[in-house]
Design a protein around this ligand. Structure first.
Ligand SMILES: [Zn+2]
Length: 365
């Protein structure tokens, strides 16, 4: 009541002053309430019992506080502005009257998960290689992590984060040449989290989507992603929750017959050779060629999957009939299968209609 009375008097005094009446400056005791009239605070200190300080990123000398979920980060405006144009713009806006503060620092509430804000701050304060390329086997990165790293990096324009994901993708699919190529599942086992069969579809879809959205410079990897996608059983792909973008799904469906044709061409090498030969090995090698041809066709994956890049020679060499072939037949089969496999590799860009596909062997087609 007492303070209300003071305010009323002060307000009256203010109004009086505004009305141009002469202030009673000759009486200091009356002038004091006029100096603190109904102050609207420039900022408003806020807190919540559930909020917790991030153990890594709560610097005593920080000058801005970020709230994500229930975690508060006290960091530095200069660092945020240096690494993120989005934060720079956000911080350059004048603080509205009554703006929230925490520990005296302006508060920014952001709608993202706290662990993603940690990624951003890791990148800004420590350099993202620490949590990406140098990850230990126990902290292996999943494809979904890469997707979300790209997403948050793009959202806050923290380009080093997006760049590091780009580099990681190149490491993951380090396939400039056919000899380096490995099926997707093996890349995952070696470089990222081991994915079960049911995850492969999701991993491939996430990879294609992230390349399309944020990593156009990695578009040359898409034929490899799509090739692996074509190896998945169609009944598994249909109705699965995560999918390729529709136009890329169509690319794959159009490519399957082409891949099958090329695979049949490779499998037919044994039969073609049999009919072409006129040399003295005819009687010696005929039976072995028949057996090998039969084994290749009988092999379930060869019969149903559009997989012309598979290393069929390696598989053949483990069959007992291979050893019975004469050196001339062995060499001819090796050359022909290698040639057709290499041609498929060179043509992956054409098969999937991805112009960015590049290989060191392109000119040899
Ligand atoms: Zn022979």
């Amino acid at each position: 009541m007492a303070s209300g009375g003071v305010q009323t008097r002060a307000a009256k005094r203010l109004r009086t002053s505004e009305n141009g009446e002469k202030d009673s400056g000759d009486n200091p005791s009356l002038a004091i309430p006029v100096a603190v009239p109904l102050p609207i605070p420039a900022t408003r200190e806020v807190s919540h019992p559930q909020w917790r300080r991030d153990p890594q990123y709560y610097f005593e000398d920080g000058n801005v506080v970020i709230l994500a979920e229930i975690t508060i980060f006290r960091v530095h405006k200069g660092i945020l502005s240096l690494h993120s144009s989005v934060f720079k713009d956000m911080l350059s806006l004048p603080q509205p009257v009554g703006a929230e503060t925490v520990d005296g620092c302006p508060l920014i509430r952001i709608p993202d998960a706290a662990f993603r804000v940690q990624w951003l701050l890791d990148t800004m304060y420590r350099g993202s290689t620490t949590h990406l390329l140098h990850a230990t086997p126990s902290q292996r990165i999943t494809i979904q992590t890469l997707y979300h790293l790209s997403w948050i990096g793009d959202k806050y324009a923290v380009s080093p984060l997006v760049d590091y994901v780009h580099k990681y993708l190149l490491v993951l699919f380090h396939a400039e040449k056919l000899e380096q190529w490995e099926p997707f599942s093996r890349c995952m086992i070696q470089h990222a989290q081991i994915s079960s069969k049911s995850n492969e579809l999701a991993d491939l879809s996430y990879t294609a989507r992230m390349i399309r959205k944020w990593h156009p410079r990695a578009a040359h990897l898409l034929p490899l992603i799509f090739y692996n996608y074509c190896q998945l059983p169609l009944n598994e792909v249909a109705g699965a929750p995560s999918q390729l973008p529709p136009e890329d799904m169509q690319r794959c469906l159009l490519a399957i017959p082409q891949l099958l044709t090329r695979k049949i061409e490779i499998c037919n090498v044994f039969t073609t050779l049999k009919t072409l030969r006129t040399t003295s090995c005819l009687s010696r090698c005929n039976s072995s060629l028949c057996q090998l041809s039969h084994s290749v066709m009988k092999r379930s994956s060869m019969a149903t999957l559009p997989c012309p890049l598979e290393d069929l020679l390696q598989w053949c060499r483990q069959r007992k009939h291979w050893g019975n072939l004469c050196s001339s037949c062995t060499r001819t089969i090796e050359q022909e299968i290698s040639r057709l496999r290499q041609k498929t590799w060179n043509d992956l860009g054409k098969i999937f209609n991805i112009l960015e596909w590049r290989t060191g062997d392109v000119q040899q087609t």
